[in-house]
Unconditional design. Structure first.
Length: 239
């Protein structure tokens, strides 16, 4: 089994069309929109790829949430304003052809494929101060804040712990401002998956990480590519 640092390095080396894009949510025109992109890019995507969405109130109790699947993206509609919201996207298998093109197919369907991965994207949003975080077992790659991120403030450090498949993940490189500097690594998790990340923005902060996890028994993919983000406002919104 490869060392977690090696796996994290693979994540940077395999920044392909399949794995380079991130996932997060933003409030736009009174709606919670799912954003699929890289930095300032906001790309269209197949809304059918949203594999789950979960909303919670301040006490950590689940709130029903509907996924509105629009022609070029998805919109999340909780029954009432959530304190916490999580979303997952299964981007499917991707294979690289001999001429360097990436196609959204498993390697078993791409003769002569030179690389392959199956990518999953996750995001966690914190909307209300004092929110109790549930276990979030459906989020297989998770940046979990260790204090309430809404109370930290711009220019201050936020302690986080990164989890992969329910275990702390060491050697994960964290991008502190994914929307503005998606290729700038801010810090790296320690042996317990812990790190501190500078809160950069008064508005929306998107802290992100991605990895490639080797697979040994998948006929369509050599790795599982995972991306995750943590989003929150740096300062309370005022009218």
């Amino acid at each position: 089994m490869k060392h977690p640092k090696t796996i994290a390095l693979l994540g940077l080396l395999l920044a392909t069309q399949a794995s380079a894009h991130g996932l997060w949510t933003e409030q736009r025109r009174g709606n919670i929109e799912v954003v699929y992109g890289h930095g300032a890019e906001d790309n269209a995507f197949k809304a059918q790829k949203i594999s789950g969405a979960w909303a919670y109130d301040l006490a950590g109790k689940m709130i029903p949430v509907t996924v509105q699947r629009l022609p070029d993206h998805a919109r999340l509609q909780p029954l009432k304003p959530p304190a916490v919201l999580a979303v997952a996207l299964d981007n499917g298998p991707w294979s690289q052809t001999a001429d360097q093109r990436w196609v959204n197919e498993g390697r078993s369907k791409v003769p002569g494929a030179i690389a392959s991965t199956h990518t999953f994207k996750y995001s966690l949003a914190i909307y209300q101060p004092g929110a109790k975080l549930p276990k979030l077992e459906s989020i297989k790659f998770l940046i979990r804040p260790q204090v309430d991120p809404l109370t930290v403030g711009p220019g201050q450090s936020l302690p986080v712990q990164v989890w992969l498949d329910g275990k702390p993940a060491a050697g994960v490189k964290l991008v502190g401002d994914y929307r503005s500097a998606p290729n700038t690594v801010s810090t790296e998790t320690d042996a317990d998956g812990r790190a501190t990340v500078l809160v950069r923005n008064e508005g929306l902060n998107v802290i992100a990480a991605q990895m490639e996890v080797p697979l040994t028994d998948d006929q369509d993919a050599a790795t599982r590519g995972v991306f995750t983000s943590l989003t929150f406002l740096g300062e309370p919104h005022h009218e």
